[in-house]
Design a binder for this molecule. Structure first.
Ligand code: ASP
Ligand code: MG
Length: 401
């Protein structure tokens, strides 16, 4: 929703869907840049804005767009009605700035739909049990949309974004990246958590839990030239040969910490990671090497934003407590992952990944795997090279399709 013209275009698109006989609920986010603008304004006044008041403020971005879209629809003869999150009501917990949806009252929405009215709901926001306005975290409109689709048992939830679907990797790094016609829900969940920013991860979790059929589409396509986007499915497609790898994801937002020379005895992992968890620092990959001479090295990764805090905690508290020799830290690392449900039935994916990186002289610092994912930590300077060679090695390039 970038401009008045774009809003009128959205109205036209909604009108076309309605003319086909669909009942429609539209969940909108703020005009592009607006949420950032509001957050910056708040920080101008108060460097650490009060969480409750910040939600009162940033939720206004969506309040503007619901009204604008309703006006635009009425202007072209489509009955429409806007609702804020609290008017619906979208009940959340009270964690301001990152609230979770608990329940949606679908009464008013259903009444409007039955009366052939298009319902427009402000994304990203809700209300807690005490009537406080809450927001769901950046990108939260995706989650609002999926949650409403679940509450209403919608046939499909279409998410219009600034990309035209889910790609095999970020096309800004690999121009040969291909748009996927479909991807399984599990793969999408891995991609979202591994750094692909197409959808807010909680929206994907929600879709999985309530089996909402999700489609990612572009909001920029012209009338008559729309593509089908990417469908996120729950069944692995049996008719088609399933590709072994569906995508290469990456994240620059990584940092690594190592405690060198920790005593190799029971309870050490807990003594290291317990205080880290208590400090509310999320740990991703963890490695402890095989001990020798009674000591071992213990490494883990955290998001880069928490690196300094985690390092200080290790130096000041954990190292003296467990009796480790040295704390080492490296915030110039990245994570590159290959994701695909096909690897369940195809051995050799990991070795192909490692060989491909070895051929480029890229040193792997850490490895972690799940049933449908292999992630490696490498030096940040190799990020683009690693993504490119893996994309090619797994035949994801356009030419191979
Ligand atoms: N406007 C909110 C944000 O910028 C929510 C969203 O766009 O999904 O994060
Ligand atoms: Mg968004």
């Amino acid at each position: 929703m970038g401009s008045p013209e774009r809003i009128r275009n959205v109205a036209k698109r909604v009108a076309r869907w309605k003319a086909q006989g669909h009942q429609i609920v539209v969940v909108v986010s703020a005009m592009s840049g607006e949420t950032n603008r509001l957050i910056a304004l708040a920080k101008d006044v108060s460097p650490q804005p009060d969480a409750r008041e910040l939600d009162v403020m940033v939720s206004t971005g969506e309040q503007v767009t619901i009204a604008l879209l309703a006006m635009a629809l009425k202007d072209i003869g489509v009955p429409a009605k806007s609702y804020t999150g609290s008017q619906v009501k979208v009940l959340t917990d009270s964690s301001f700035n990152k609230a979770r949806i608990l329940e949606i009252d679908d009464g008013a929405v259903r009444r409007d739909l039955d009366a052939s009215t298009v319902v427009i709901v402000a994304g990203f926001q809700g209300v807690d049990a005490d009537g406080n306005i809450t927001t769901l975290g950046r990108g939260g409109s995706d989650t609002s949309g999926v949650a409403l689709a679940a509450a209403l048992s919608a046939d499909e939830c279409q998410i219009y974004t600034d990309v035209d679907g889910v790609y095999t990797t970020d096309p800004r790094i690999v121009p040969e990246a291909r748009k996927l016609d479909q991807i399984t829900f599990e793969e999408m969940l891995e991609l979202a958590s591994l750094g692909s920013k197409v959808l807010q991860i909680r929206s994907v979790e929600f879709a999985g839990k309530y089996k909402v059929k999700l489609r990612v589409l572009s909001s920029f396509e012209e009338e008559g030239k729309e593509t089908a986007g990417t469908l996120i499915t729950f069944e692995e497609n049996e008719a088609m040969e399933q590709p072994i790898i569906s995508g290469i994801a990456f994240s620059r937002d990584e940092a690594k910490l190592t405690l060198v020379g920790v005593p190799d005895k029971p309870g050490i992992a807990y003594q290291i990671l317990g205080p880290v968890a208590d400090a509310n620092i999320d740990v991703d990959m963890i490695i402890q090497n095989v001990g020798h001479d009674g000591t071992a090295d213990f490494s883990f990764t955290v998001s880069r934003a928490e690196f300094a805090r985690a390092k200080a905690l290790l130096e000041d508290k954990i190292k003296p407590h467990v009796g480790a020799r040295v704390v080492e830290g490296d915030s110039k690392i990245c994570k590159v992952s290959a994701v695909g449900v096909g690897m369940r039935s195809h051995p050799g994916v990991a070795s192909k990944m490692f060989r491909t990186l070895a051929e480029e002289g890229i040193n792997i610092q850490m490895i972690s795997t799940s049933e449908i994912k292999i992630s490696v930590v490498v030096d940040e300077k190799y990020l683009e090279l690693a993504v490119r060679v893996l994309h090619r090695a797994f035949e994801l390039d356009q030419a191979a399709a």
